[in-house]
Ligand binder design. Structure first.
Ligand SMILES: [Mg+2]
Length: 396
C-alpha cells in the first residue's frame, strides 16, 4: 500500500529483435542482432542469447559475428519499430497521461494518479506489462522507485522481462553497491575522473566529500552527482506534448471470426472513441482501422474525411468502409480504431454530417454518462448480444 514510489521506468527488452521475432518466429531462441549488415554496420539491438556471447549494441556487426559465429543479423527497418513504438506508448497513455518518452522503447510514467484504481504502483507495473504482452506480444521490463534515476536503474536490473520495485527505505542500500558507471548522465570523462578519486560504486560517491567531487568534475556535475548518489532526484516526469492521435484498441479474450462479429465490435469501438474525443475536446479527420490477426500479422487502413468528426456514427461508418478493404483470412486477435489530424472541437471545419443531429444529442448524453459512471454503464443494445448469437433482425 505504498505510494511514495510512483515513478515507473518501462523499457522494452531487445526491442528491435523482439519486433522482428513477431514476424519471423524462427528467430526465437536464437542469438539475433538487428543492425547494419554492410561492412561498416553496427548492432542496434541484440537478443539475450547473443549477449551471452558478448554481443552488444553499438558494436560493429563484424565484431559481433566474430564473437558469435551463429549470430543471425537482421537488417534494421526503422519505420516498423516506430509503428510498434506508437502502440507501446498508446498502452502507457491508457494508464496515465504522465508519460515522458526517452526513446522509441522506453519511458518514465508517473502513476501517482492511479492510487484509487490499484493497491500499489507495483500492481500498475504488472498490469502494463501484461497489456503489452497480450496486445503486442512483446516483453518489457519495469523499474519502480520514488525518483527517476533509481527507477531507470531498477528497470535495468529487472531485465529481461521482469519488474523491480525499490521501496524508499531500500533505496540507499540498493544504490550503494552499484557500479558508479551506471549512474545516469556519467559519461566517459566524468567516469575517468571518478575512478581517479578511487570511486568505484555509487556508495563510494555518496561517501566522497562534496568539495573534492566538485573540484574533480566541476560544480554543476559535482553537485548533481552528489545529490543523486544520496538518492535525491527532484526531476519530475515531464509529459510529452499533447496528443497527436486518439485511439481505442482491444485484444479479445477469444479471437473474433467473421465479418459480422468484427463489425459489431467496431460499433463498440466507435462509441468509445467518440467518448474519448469528446472528453478531450478534439475532433479528427483521418480515421485508421487496425486489425491484428491470430498469427500477429497486422494490417492498417486509413482514410481522410472531408472534415473532422468526433461522432460515433461517422466513425462507425468510416470504420466499416475501411473493413471492407481488409481480407479477414484469419481470426482477429486485436481491433483498433483511431483518429489523427486532430483539431480542437471548437474549430469550425467539422463535418456538417453529425452536427445537431438527433444521433449527436444522444451521443453527448452517452459520453456524459460514461464519463461519470464508467465505460460499461451504457452501450448500444446491439452489443448486448454475444458474438455468435443468431441475427435478431434488428441491425441498424
Ligand atoms: Mg530497451
Amino acid at each position: 500500500m505504498n505510494w511514495s514510489e510512483p515513478i515507473l521506468h518501462i523499457d522494452m527488452d531487445s526491442f528491435f529483435v523482439e519486433v522482428e521475432r513477431l514476424e519471423d518466429p524462427r528467430l526465437k531462441g536464437r542469438p539475433v542482432a538487428v543492425g547494419g549488415v554492410g561492412p561498416r554496420g553496427v548492432v542496434a539491438s541484440a537478443s539475450y542469447e547473443a549477449r551471452e556471447f558478448g554481443v552488444r549494441s553499438a558494436q560493429p556487426t563484424s565484431v559481433a559475428k566474430r564473437l558469435c559465429p551463429s549470430l543471425v543479423v537482421v537488417p534494421s527497418s526503422h519505420g516498423k519499430y516506430g509503428d510498434v513504438s506508437a502502440d507501446v506508448f498508446r498502452i502507457f497513455r491508457d494508464f496515465t497521461p504522465k508519460v515522458e518518452g526517452l526513446s522509441l522503447d522506453e519511458a518514465f510514467l508517473d502513476v501517482g494518479g492511479l492510487r484509487r484504481h490499484f493497491d500499489t504502483p507495483e500492481e500498475v507495473g504488472y498490469a502494463i506489462r501484461a497489456k503489452i504482452r497480450s496486445e503486442l506480444g512483446l516483453p518489457a521490463s519495469v523499474g519502480i522507485a520514488g525518483v527517476k534515476f533509481v527507477a531507470k536503474l531498477a528497470s535495468e536490473d529487472a531485465k529481461p522481462d521482469g519488474l523491480l520495485w525499490i521501496a524508499a527505505e531500500q533505496q540507499v542500500d540498493y544504490l550503494r553497491t552499484l557500479d558508479v558507471g551506471r549512474m545516469w548522465g556519467v559519461g566517459p570523462a566524468t567516469l575517468a575522473a571518478l575512478h581517479r578519486l578511487g570511486v568505484a560504486t555509487i556508495g563510494d560517491l555518496a561517501d566522497l566529500d562534496r568539495t573534492a567531487l566538485v573540484g574533480a568534475v566541476g560544480s554543476a556535475t559535482g553537485s548533481h552527482l552528489h545529490e543523486l548518489a544520496h538518492g535525491r532526484d527532484p526531476r519530475a516526469v515531464e509529459p510529452d506534448s499533447k496528443a497527436k492521435s486518439i485511439s481505442v484498441e482491444e485484444t479479445f479474450e477469444s479471437d473474433l471470426e467473421g465479418v459480422e462479429v468484427v463489425t459489431a465490435a467496431l460499433l463498440g469501438h466507435s462509441h468509445r472513441l467518440s467518448g474519448r474525443l469528446r472528453r478531450a475536446g478534439l475532433r479528427g479527420r483521418t480515421v485508421t482501422l487496425k486489425v491484428r490477426f491470430s498469427d500477429f500479422r497486422t494490417v492498417s487502413r486509413s482514410t481522410t474525411l472531408q472534415g473532422s468528426t468526433d461522432g460515433s456514427k461517422m466513425l462507425y461508418e468510416t470504420a466499416t468502409d475501411l473493413l471492407e478493404a481488409v481480407e479477414l483470412t484469419e481470426p482477429v486477435r486485436l481491433l483498433g480504431l483511431g483518429v489523427t489530424s486532430l483539431e480542437s472541437a471548437a474549430q469550425p471545419s467539422q463535418l456538417d454530417f453529425d452536427t445537431n443531429s438527433e444521433w449527436e444529442k444522444v451521443e453527448d448524453a452517452i459520453a456524459d454518462v460514461r464519463e461519470r459512471f464508467g465505460a460499461s454503464s451504457l452501450r448500444p443494445a446491439r452489443l448486448a448480444r454475444r458474438p455468435g448469437d443468431s441475427d435478431s433482425g434488428q441491425e441498424p
